[in-house]
Design a protein around this ligand. Structure first.
Ligand code: FE2
Ligand code: FE2
Length: 364
């Protein structure tokens, strides 16, 4: 077992390789369970963060990666941002995916006033290859606002996040937070899977195929993991209880439908951490459908895809969910697809507008 070169003093005792960043061997760890990016060098990590050797030596790595929130006493200012997800571009073999993503980019760029930022909630590509990533990057380069990324399973399970971490997330961890105009924003890494591949001796391509197939039970269920839950608790420690908290996760942060892995195994533990806060809005991708839910003080919104819509699972009505996606017509390029604009008002109210292309297809 490889050991972390920086141990987090708050690491749980049962988590022997809990790391705040990169091991001496150049491995990045996600909490105590997953090697994120074998081969990503310590030098690359430091350059990504814009750190020099001197600053690295002067400050504990954990403190640089866990800045905490300075929201106390901050007034909330009105702002808007865009949410985009599940573009699943596949390279030249599937041009409609490119056309749809470009349509969303054109619409976001035309927003007036411009959004403060864009949150991209994962599944940028489909098979995880570098060629696919480069194809996606060429398209997304046309998006003007600053864009924050989190990963979906399709971005991750060919190379265990190596390319996506370096080129899209560009942070030490796949989960992070920041404050913006009085709101606290948390990007979670919801697409963690336990190791289903080693004992089966699966190749990276086979691993990607299992993880990317929502019907394959071999993948198990998604989970945040103990280390990420501990980070959430610590991250929220200084956030005022009434502050708008915007949470982003690829996977629904509740248990929606297990047979398709619309499921976060340890969601109840995240809910317990969020329980003291009165204004929590979660946006998630992965389900490729409009779906709204509320559990106690937490509101959930499923984000439209720009690739294809999934049907509603049979649990949709039994969970008491609301909202309805018009039945998409596969002959129409933009049906059942779209993206979102979210707004935080000075009062703290959080709302979202669903740009559903079924009702108004984009100019093409
Ligand atoms: Fe997806
Ligand atoms: Fe997904």
């Amino acid at each position: 077992m490889k050991t972390a070169d920086k141990q987090d003093p708050d690491a749980p005792a049962d988590c022997p390789v809990y790391s705040t960043g990169v091991t001496g061997e150049g491995y990045v760890y996600d909490g105590c369970r997953n090697v994120l990016s074998p081969g990503w060098s310590r030098r690359g990590f430091i350059e990504t963060l814009g750190l020099t050797g001197a600053t690295l030596a002067a400050a504990p790595l954990a403190s640089m990666l866990l800045p905490g929130s300075a929201l106390a006493g901050s007034a909330v200012e009105d702002f808007r941002f865009a949410i985009l997800a599940d573009s699943h571009t596949m390279g030249k073999k599937n041009n409609p995916m490119k056309v749809r993503l470009e349509a969303a980019i054109r619409q976001i760029n035309a927003m007036n006033p411009a959004p403060d930022f864009v949150m991209y909630l994962g599944d940028a590509i489909t098979d995880g290859t570098i060629d696919e990533f480069k194809y996606f990057e060429d398209i997304i380069a046309g998006l003007k606002p600053k864009t924050y990324y989190l990963a979906g399973e399709h971005d991750w399970y060919l190379d265990m996040g190596e390319y996506y971490m370096q080129h899209m997330i560009q942070r030490a961890r796949p989960y992070y937070s920041f404050d913006h105009k009085g709101a606290h924003i948390m990007a979670l890494h919801g697409s963690n899977l336990n190791d289903f591949w080693s004992s089966r001796k699966l190749s990276p391509q086979e691993r990607m195929k299992v993880a990317g197939d929502i019907n394959d039970p071999a993948q198990g269920t998604f989970a945040l993991g103990r280390a990420q839950l501990d980070w959430m608790e610590k991250d929220l420690a200084t956030v005022p209880r009434n502050a708008p908290i915007l949470i982003f996760s690829h996977v629904p942060l509740y248990q929606y439908y297990k047979p398709w892995n619309f499921w976060t195994q340890d969601a109840d533990q995240a809910h317990a951490i969020l329980k003291p806060f009165s204004n929590v809005q979660v946006f998630h991708a992965h389900v490729h459908q409009l779906v709204e839910h509320q559990i106690a003080n937490m509101k959930f919104c499923g984000i439209l895809s720009t690739s294809w819509p999934h049907p509603y699972p049979e649990s949709y009505h039994t969970l008491g969910l609301s909202g309805q996606m018009p039945r998409p017509n596969p002959a129409r390029l933009f049906d059942g697809l779209g993206w979102h604009i979210a707004r935080v008002e000075g009062s703290g109210k959080v709302s979202h507008e669903d740009i559903l292309w079924t009702l108004k297809p984009p100019e093409s």
